[in-house]
Ligand binder design. Structure first.
Ligand code: ADP
Ligand code: MG
Length: 483
């Protein structure tokens, strides 16, 4: 009996709702199950948060599915996801766990309008992202693509135009132009977005295309699973029959020899079969550590394209596009303020915008520059921290305390030199991710005990000497670039 029929049976027999929900949880869910389940979670949730908060943040949420401890909720505007994750995740999980009776992971899925579904797409009442529709049709070749990671939502600037053009060319003519295409760049610069865009584009042009997207971590895990369960043949069929293989974050293959070996054969099978391969990594092929040379050389066969951090114009364009998408009106000066402060990572740029947008939505009035600054304080500090170096700290401290840079590394010990040197060590510990030993090395080869002692001495003096605290604060503020 299908789950649907069981459900009808249970409903007709008027068995209490609790039992129905529990029954469905035990049996996996369909979209209908998850809706009923979600209604129950909402009911519990209303006991945990204020009616106003519930109405504002949860009423637009839909349920997409529940499977093995994972509740998937659909949001048509990422601002809801952001706000719920920041403020109500604990209560949401608590409510879900009350209903389901076990630990629950809550994940969100975008239900923003995707391109018009293909003629042969199944019609459903619940909005299901295009990628899911595709994946049910090609179960073994699931294209797990994020609905909104498409070319049309990718803002092109000088930093990414080459990678964008290469990805587009590959999508237009898979296996004809660049094979493999290797996209690399730091975290949050759009590698995954571009790879998914390639997948979407190919599926839009040819709905039956067998597009397989996995991270190298998933590839590795599935490979291990396949070995454990004696399903290597199935595993190989899944990957080697792909028409387009998108492998994200190949740096994860680092040091995993057997996975590399397996991937090497997958790569060869696809390449020889004239199938398109797109790879991404946080570094160019030759800089990925512990990657077999034969893989490095294959990764370099096609085209390598780098994503660089966006310039101010591109950051502003991204913010404008995202603000429009989440339907929040923020003045140009606010967007400019964010674009000027959050530079190194587009995911963080989005996070900053979401926070300001959430404030604006909640407060229903024009946000001032001071409020934006206050809201984004941690973003701004973290941004500054990323570029703070020990050398930069030494320079600032030397300026402030009027000593020479060479005194930072010298063995001289008069107090007017030793104290600033200790301040610089203390700030290096606080504002960089360097270890005690690395800091010691940068201060003329001192050992980690000396650095620890310096940190304690400075902390003690900060607590007892107001003028000294002000001096240290002044340098910190200068380094972090915040007022
Ligand atoms: P990576 O895989 O390089 O770590 P992602 O592809 O996950 O980065 O991108 C991080 C976030 O930034 C995503 O939400 C993505 O949509 C967004 N993003 C990145 N580049 C762009 C761009 N050029 N235009 C619009 N959004 C972008
Ligand atoms: Mg990524």
């Amino acid at each position: 009996m299908t789950i649907f029929l069981k459900l009808v049976f249970l409903l007709v027999c008027r068995i209490p709702e609790d039992l129905i929900a529990q029954h469905m949880i035990n049996n996996g869910t369909t979209s209908m199950d998850s809706e009923l389940l979600w209604n129950k979670v909402c009911h519990e949730l209303q006991n945990l948060i204020s009616p106003d908060a519930y109405q504002r943040w949860f009423s637009p949420i839909t349920a997409c599915g529940y499977e093995s401890g994972r509740l998937t909720l659909g949001v048509d505007n990422s601002i809801y996801q952001y706000w719920i994750e920041e403020n109500y995740l604990g209560q949401l999980k608590q409510a879900a766990e009350l209903v389901i009776g076990q630990n629950v992971d809550v994940v969100f899925e975008s239900t923003e309008s995707s391109p018009s579904p293909k003629e042969d797409s199944p019609k459903t009442e619940n909005p299901i992202p295009v990628a899911d529709v595709q994946s049910t049709r090609h179960k073994d070749y699931r294209a797990k693509l994020k609905a909104n990671y498409e070319f049309r939502s990718f803002v092109v600037g000088v930093n990414n135009q080459f990678a964008h053009a290469a990805a587009l060319a590959v999508s237009e003519s898979p296996s004809k132009v660049y094979n493999p295409l290797f996209i690399h760049g730091a975290v949050g610069l759009g590698k995954t977005h571009l790879m998914h865009a390639v997948g979407h584009h190919i599926i839009q042009r040819k709905p039956s295309a067998k597009v397989v997207y996995v991270t190298s971590e998933q590839f590795t895990n599935e490979f291990i699973d396949a070995i454990q369960h004696g399903e290597l043949v199935k595993f190989r069929r899944r990957f080697r029959h792909a028409e387009v293989l998108l492998i994200d974050d190949v740096q994860f293959f680092s040091g995993k020899d057997r996975s590399q070996e397996e991937f090497f054969h997958t790569f060869n099978a696809l390449f020889d079969g004239n199938k398109q391969i797109v790879l991404s990594s946080d570094a160019p092929p030759s800089d990925v550590s512990n990657l077999e040379q034969r893989l490095v050389s294959r990764f370099e066969w096609g085209l390598t394209a780098e994503l660089q951090p966006p310039d101010i114009e591109t950051r502003l364009a991204i913010l404008r596009a995202k603000a429009q998408k989440i339907k929040v009106r923020l003045g140009d000066s606010v967007l400019l303020f964010i674009a000027e402060r959050v530079k190194a990572n587009i995911r963080r740029l989005e996070g900053a915008l979401n926070r300001v947008a959430a404030w604006a939505t909640l407060n229903d009035r024009k946000i001032t520059q001071e409020q934006v600054e206050h809201l984004l304080k941690d973003f701004i500090q973290q941004e500054a921290r990323q570029v703070i170096t020990i050398e930069g700290i030494q320079k600032r401290v030397a300026e402030r305390f009027d000593i020479r840079m060479t005194d930072m590394t010298s063995k001289r010990r008069p107090a007017n030199i030793a104290v600033p040197r200790m301040v610089a060590m203390y700030l290096s510990r606080r504002l960089t991710a360097k270890s005690l030993q690395e800091i010691g090395d940068a201060f003329g080869g001192r050992d980690h005990g000396t650095v620890l002692h310096a940190c304690k001495t400075v902390e003690g003096r900060i607590n007892s000497d107001e003028k000294f605290r002000q001096s240290v604060d002044y340098v910190t503020t200068k380094l972090e670039g915040v007022k």
